[in-house]
Ligand binder design. Structure first.
Ligand code: G6P
Length: 592
């Protein structure tokens, strides 16, 4: 979590560039923010709590003549949301100033030693400790070497960017958390947690890998290995995202823009080279034991994958959350295949699970949206979801693209890739027809009915059971209404006690072998006073409110989640929540 953005170059309005760029990184954290600008012999720091402010309200030393600047948008880990705890952090005299994304796990130990050596701290953060560590060697060894030595003492995942008063340079380093160097015109460089921060200025990038540092000085970017200071030559890569794809365009929020982009994202999944899908399916067929691993929404997609593979490929897949995987590692061997599923490819728990599996020599396949992410780099093979940037915290278009990829893989494993492609092509066309203004309006009406409820429930069976869980996540994330998903058959074992007169219950009903059973479960809820919202190709008697979805057989999880995404969005608006930046959450969770 946390967004990092830094500028080094000839432009003299670095402060303004940072504030604008940081706005596109707010999805990574938006508790508080700050920037530091280097002038000839001083560093000015500006920090605020809340969302990123307006450029016109910035003080002169931040907006003025600055060619070196660093900025940060925070998602709090160590220390509450206060101006003191916001980044950048610095030593007492602002000699060393830095921004940080990640967690410095052994910071308390190091802080105690520094306090004994009379260092004084202003915040409760782990980040400030790094600034002091760097300062200890600064006079003797210069900035580069002091940063390198300090970093070697840090345990945990991090990305840091450092400046100091005495040297006209920026140093950045990473292990675990992402950092990308943008290469602009006229010897200017950008360093950011994600590409949209600088996409307006350049689409040329160089990737900083784990355990590497980059030094921007004398109008050059030089890369080194952290452990032995060996210089590394980097390739400049041109990325194909266009700046508009990272902007809201005609939409009021990224969430609805990304929901509507599902009119075309399945087509993009289908446009993959067949060879990629066949090779990935070959890895699954060859493996002795396959684990699908993801977190949050991606975790629910992994669970859906178990059902899809069972049904289509008659294959047993295990799935678990990244954070739970460490308890399963005893089963992993060099014949196991780990399939990491992630939008960002930077989720710390999923990355750690992959690291554990790699230590046991397991093979890794990843299904990622950010093809240049840490997860992609750690994998033996990557199947991209090709959705372009997804910026709303609540995942929508990437969720259905991940389901699309998994469906194709299952068909390919069964030797029926063409059947899978035909099904997805048909599904993509039907989603295109479904996402029209009348459909949105019908769901808006439902949102008006539901907006004041305190709880709602979602039920599904088979591959729609994980989609009931995912529906609950969508509703919780942006509407803040208590929502829970259950397997239809489990209702009678406890959850049905929660149903009262009028309690909303969404029933995800596919036209498949589970239909009769899920409709019986809906009847059980209705008999206890529940208000039944059916998401189904057919309007059944038991439904009080019907949301039509196309009949697409085994692709039903893909179409059934879409109306719930729209409902969550509409509820967020009615309840005056910002759907793109829900409270307490962040898009990319780079801490454990
Ligand atoms: C966060 C996001 C979710 C996402 C999850 C996993 O919780 O808010 O939308 O599903 O992280 O992220 P990943 O990038 O690994 O898919």
């Amino acid at each position: 979590m946390c967004g990092i953005f830094a500028y080094y170059g000839p432009k003299t309005n670095a402060g303004k560039i940072l504030v604008q760029g940081l706005k596109s990184l707010e999805y990574r954290g938006y508790d508080s923010w700050g920037i530091a600008c280097k002038n000839d012999s001083d560093i000015a720091i500006y920090k605020r709590t809340g969302k990123i402010g307006d450029i016109t309200s910035l003080p002169k030393e931040i907006c003025g003549q600055t060619t070196i600047a660093i900025g940060h948008s925070r998602w709090a880990t160590h220390g509450g949301v206060t101006r003191e705890n916001a980044h950048p952090h610095s030593t007492e005299d602002n000699e060393v100033v830095l921004i940080h994304n990640g967690i410095f796990e052994n910071y308390l130990e190091v802080k105690k030693q520094l306090i004994k050596r009379e260092h004084k701290f202003k915040s409760e953060t782990d980040t400030e400790v790094i600034a002091h560590l760097i300062q200890e060697n600064l006079d003797k060894e210069g900035l580069e070497e002091s940063v390198r030595k300090a970093i070697l003492k840090i345990e945990g995942r991090y990305a840091i960017v450092v400046i100091c008063k005495k040297e006209n340079k920026i140093i950045a380093a990473r292990r675990g958390s992402p950092l990308i160097v943008g290469v602009g015109k006229n010897k200017e460089f950008y360093i950011a947690s994600d590409i949209p921060a600088f996409l307006k200025y350049t689409n040329k990038v160089m990737y900083l890998d784990n355990n590497q540092m980059v030094v921007l000085s004398d109008a050059k970017a030089k890369f080194y290995e952290l452990t032995n200071k060996k210089e590394i030559k980097k390739r400049i890569v041109e990325i194909t995202w266009n700046p508009e794809s990272a902007e809201k365009g005609e939409y009021s929020h990224f969430m609805i823009k990304e929901i509507m982009e599902q009119k075309e994202t399945l087509y993009r999944v289908l446009n993959q080279d067949d060879k990629i899908i066949k090779r990935a399916a070959g890895m699954i067929n060859k493996a002795v034991g396959t684990y699908f691993i993801g977190c949050g929404t991606a975790g629910k997609v992994c669970l859906t994958g178990e059902y899809i593979f069972s049904e289509i490929a008659h294959k047993h897949i295990n799935s678990t959350f990244g954070s739970e995987f460490p308890a399963h590692h005893h089963f992993i061997t060099n014949k196991t295949l780990i399939v990491g599923v992630s939008q960002s490819g930077e989720t710390a728990d999923t990355l750690e699970a992959i690291e554990i599996a790699k230590e046991k020599k397991a093979k890794v396949l990843s299904i990622v949206n950010v093809e240049t992410s840490s997860m992609a780099q750690m994998s033996n093979m990557v199947v991209p979801t090709k959705c372009g940037p997804e910026k709303a915290v609540a995942s929508t278009k990437v969720t259905t693209a991940q389901l699309g990829v998994i469906t194709l893989l299952a068909y390919a494993c069964a030797g029926r890739l063409n059947d899978g492609k035909t099904l997805l092509l048909e599904t993509a066309g039907k989603i295109n027809d479904m996402l029209n203004p009348r459909y949105e309006e019908h769901i808006s009406k439902l949102a008006q009915k539901l907006q004041n409820f305190e709880s709602m429930y979602i039920i599904g069976r088979g591959s729609n059971y994980p989609m009931a869980l995912e529906s609950a996540i969508k509703l919780q994330e942006v509407s803040y209404i208590h929502a829970e998903g259950f397997a239809g058959g489990e209702l009678k074992h406890g959850p049905i006690a929660l149903i009262q007169k009028g309690t909303p219950c969404i029933v995800l009903c596919a036209n498949d072998e589970n239909k009769k059973a899920i409709l019986s479960n809906a009847m059980e809820v209705k008999a206890r006073g529940g208000y039944i919202i059916g998401v189904s190709p057919i309007n059944e008697d038991v439904f009080d409110y019907w949301i039509r979805v196309p009949d697409v057989s085994t692709a039903s999880p893909i179409v059934n989640i879409i109306p719930v995404q729209i409902l969550a969005y509409k509820l967020a608006l009615l309840r005056k929540n910002n759907p793109d930046m829900p409270r307490n959450l962040a898009k990319s969770v780079t801490v454990k």
